[in-house]
Design a protein around this ligand. Sequence first.
Ligand SMILES: Cc1cc2nc3c(=O)[nH]c(=O)nc-3n(C[C@H](O)[C@H](O)[C@H](O)COP(=O)(O)OP(=O)(O)OC[C@H]3O[C@@H](n4cnc5c(N)ncnc54)[C@H](O)[C@@H]3O)c2cc1C
Length: 388
Amino acid sequence: MDPWHRRQPGGGGSGVIRYAHGGVHGRRISTRQPAIAYYAPDGSRLSDAAARGFAADIHAVDAVLGEEIARSAPGASYRDVTEVALARQHWDAERTQRAREFLEHRCEEQYGVQIEQLAAHGLDDDAIDGDEVVFPDGYDVLSQHLAHGLDMRLGHAVTRIEWSDRVSIRTAEGDFRADTAVVTLPVGVLRSDSVEFVPALPQVNFEALLRLDMNAFEKVFLRFPSSFWDAGVYAIRQQGPQGGWWHSWYDLTAVHGEPTLLTFAAGDAARCTREWDDARVAESVMAQLRRLYGERTVSPTRIHRTAWQDDPFARGSYAYMKAGATTADHDDLAAPIGRVLHIAGEATWTADPATVAGAMFSGHRAAERILKRRVPIERAWSPDVSSD
Ligand SMILES: Cc1cc2nc3c(=O)[nH]c(=O)nc-3n(C[C@H](O)[C@H](O)[C@H](O)COP(=O)(O)OP(=O)(O)OC[C@H]3O[C@@H](n4cnc5c(N)ncnc54)[C@H](O)[C@@H]3O)c2cc1C
């Protein structure tokens, strides 16, 4: 069992699948019992028994981590609480360090941020009920379905949102007026000066916004002429100082049938490699894979990586809770503004922030607040939604 996630879902076969930003979200790829290949700091593969022992260590830390998070002081970071949980194990330095770096990597890969920067409660919601699926043609299919039949204006960059008893939106393509508006700008955009609120956001929303921030998290896809990693392995993880940046790879071959590994540049790695060209990133990643696979390693034929940090309409991948934030900050950010303005988006959904599901539920909540009545969310998924 992969201990990547802090909260272990209950009951095998319950339909509860662990969720990871880093995991393959596939067309119903089975991730119930993923085969994880762990590599020791010297590059040798851990035996099954050693890997099970390591996973048990992480579970032991997780078993007390919840208590430590619950009693953490305001302002505590995820580093603070994990260090207390580690100290409670009374392990030797080497064993403690292996677990520590795993916790660091989990934090970076889940939230794209260094462990010292994430709030103690920042990983409270790292599990989602339901199957894990990939949209092989891209997530677009989801938003296109939801948008079907609506008057969508793309390419309208908003620069100013004026609110009083109505709302006025300024874009380079013209102004729009409405009785109410739902604002789904990412936290990175809200925190920048690219969109002006007039008057400024009320204190409750503004202060919540200050305690959240946009992360640095990029995907790096490497396509190979042939696979050189062990068959049946879904995730590759390396331990030790060499794995500071590149520590986890996921086999995506099943998605498109071509040997492909996905790894992540997260936190410091994402910021430091931001200016690098593809060849330099590929070489940096491959240096680590060569440590693990030696002469079996083949060079990639293609590299593709995301650049969410450089997208002025995103300014990062998704938001995280800074040390000092509380989970209530998500809801506070969405507090209705002057009865006319509603902020929605992934960062406003306390139960599952940083997810597509959270983004959608928050939009649904905003719509219900405007309509002042319940609307079954199932209607959004209905194939004949447009005829409603
Ligand atoms: C690398 C990566 C991996 C992820 N993995 C997962 C995963 O496995 N599972 C999961 O559930 N979620 C995952 N997420 C998170 C998920 O994609 C987000 O939580 C979700 O897309 C957020 O939706 P949103 O509507 O809040 O914001 P966004 O999707 O960011 O939408 C905001 C919109 O606002 C627009 N915009 C910005 N500024 C302006 C402006 N000035 N004027 C007009 N429009 C503007 C943007 O163009 C964008 O269309 C991942 C994200 C990334 C980047």
